[in-house]
Design a binder for this molecule. Structure first.
Ligand code: SF4
Length: 417
């Protein structure tokens, strides 16, 4: 009862969106209904200025830049977490709607049997993980899965195949282009991850209407050889180059928890921040250890530690400051995070999630679970038109449309769920 006496009615500003009277708690020492003294109304002294620092320049950025040095990114990364996340949130609100989170669904269109030795992956044929390899899924089954994803709010449908590269896979590529066309016809963004591709294959995918190609660099250049030996960092960058040259958006990011050090998080961000153009999408995965893979086994023996949440948050916040316009995807491992942790990631700049029944071979948060979380926190699914790819596409269409045709064609545009 004593606490009730400490509540006083307050009229909230109209801009708060709540045109009603409510009660807020006052400190115990406050005399109820006493006029607020001039001293109490004084604004607290300004925090020490760090104007001109790398961090403050990043917070005040008005656009992306690709001339970052590793030292500059390290300076941002090593800022105190409370300042770093606040700065990232500031930048996030300048370039994105903080309430809009893109829901994506990732389907494995060809499982297992991969010749590569990525030491975290259940789909490598080199490791005994109990995963059964299967043939490519047929086009109609993929499109049916995309329709379900769209009906549940996903605006991006991603298709992954466990291949090293696309050499000699003409029929497979033909099927993938049919899937891409079908997904695009549903009004969704289409993304594929098929391993390494050359310039011709990238062109073919672009012609099919592919929105984005995912090819993660995984970690820093320095740490990469201790994770994968069957293809080099530069081979990965060559595929990304082919994708960018074909005019397809690049989705490239990393996995945290591969036994790396903090400087490798900096190195990962440095690699993507200094590409000729920033990637449209930067997925941040937290390793899901799988028994039978070298990394999964090292973790179960205690030889490698799982990634700490503060390192995930720090990486997301740094990526938001360094890649201000990029969509940052909270990817694998999200299902192991409590809702509050996910929210901290959204507040620090993450603005996309994978939702559905499965994420390749690992567990995934379901649609109903995500819808309920969005509802609780005032979030909403991002529309295709809000994404970088969507905006560019609208601009391209507007540029080729004859004058006066806009009203007629807009009624035939596919809509998102
Ligand atoms: S991550 Fe990709 S390339 Fe590496 S083993 Fe798994 S499926 Fe193959």
């Amino acid at each position: 009862m004593a606490h009730r006496a400490l509540l006083r009615p307050v009229r909230l500003a109209p801009s708060s969106g709540f045109g009603r009277t409510c009660r807020i708690a006052r400190p115990f020492s406050t005399v109820i209904d006493a006029p607020i003294s001039a001293a109490a109304q004084q604004v607290p002294p300004a925090a020490p200025s760090n104007a001109g620092s790398v961090f403050s320049d990043a917070v005040n950025a008005t656009g992306p830049r690709t001339n970052w040095t590793k030292e500059q990114i390290a300076e941002v990364y090593n800022t105190s977490l409370i300042e770093l996340t606040h700065g990232a949130s500031t930048v996030h609100r300048r370039f994105h709607d903080p309430a809009a989170i893109q829901m994506c669904t990732l389907m494995n269109i060809k499982t297992g049997g991969c010749s590569e030795d990525c030491s975290y992956c259940a789909q490598s044929s080199r490791y005994n993980t109990g995963l059964k390899a299967s043939k490519m899924v047929d086009v109609e089954s993929v499109l049916e899965a995309a329709r379900v994803a769209k009906a549940n709010g996903s605006s991006r449908f991603c298709m992954g195949a466990a291949w090293r590269d696309m050499r000699g896979r003409k029929t497979n590529l033909k099927n993938v282009t049919a899937m891409v066309k079908g997904v695009r016809a549903l009004g969704m963004e289409a993304c594929v991850t098929l391993g390494m591709i050359d310039a011709e294959q990238a062109k073919e995918l672009k012609n099919a209407g592919l929105t984005a190609y995912n090819h993660n660099v995984d970690t820093s250049r320095e740490h990469y050889p201790s994770v994968i030996t069957t293809r080099s960092y530069d081979e990965r960058l060559a595929t990304i180059n082919n994708v960018q040259n074909a005019g397809i958006h690049v989705c490239t990011g990393g996995i945290l928890g591969l036994g790396e050090k903090p400087q490798d998080h900096v190195g990962l961000i440095y690699t993507v921040a200094t590409l000729p153009a920033h990637p449209e999408s930067f997925p941040v995965n937290a390793l899901v250890p799988i028994k039978g893979t070298p990394l999964g086994d090292r973790i179960s023996k205690g030889e490698t530690k799982t990634i700490a949440f503060d390192a995930i948050l720090r990486t997301i916040a740094t990526a938001r400051l360094v890649l201000p316009t990029t969509i940052i995807r909270l990817a694998a491992g999200r299902h192991t995070m409590r809702e509050e942790k996910q929210m901290m990631c959204f507040m620090a700049g993450a603005n996309a999630v994978f939702t559905g029944e499965k994420m390749l071979t690992t567990a995934c948060n379901g649609w109903e679970e995500d819808k309920a979380m969005f509802e609780r926190w005032g979030l909403r699914p991002m529309e295709v038109e809000e994404t970088m790819g969507g905006k560019e596409e609208l601009a391209e269409k507007a540029a080729v449309q004859p004058a006066g045709a806009e009203a007629q064609s807009s009624s035939t545009q596919p809509t998102t769920a």
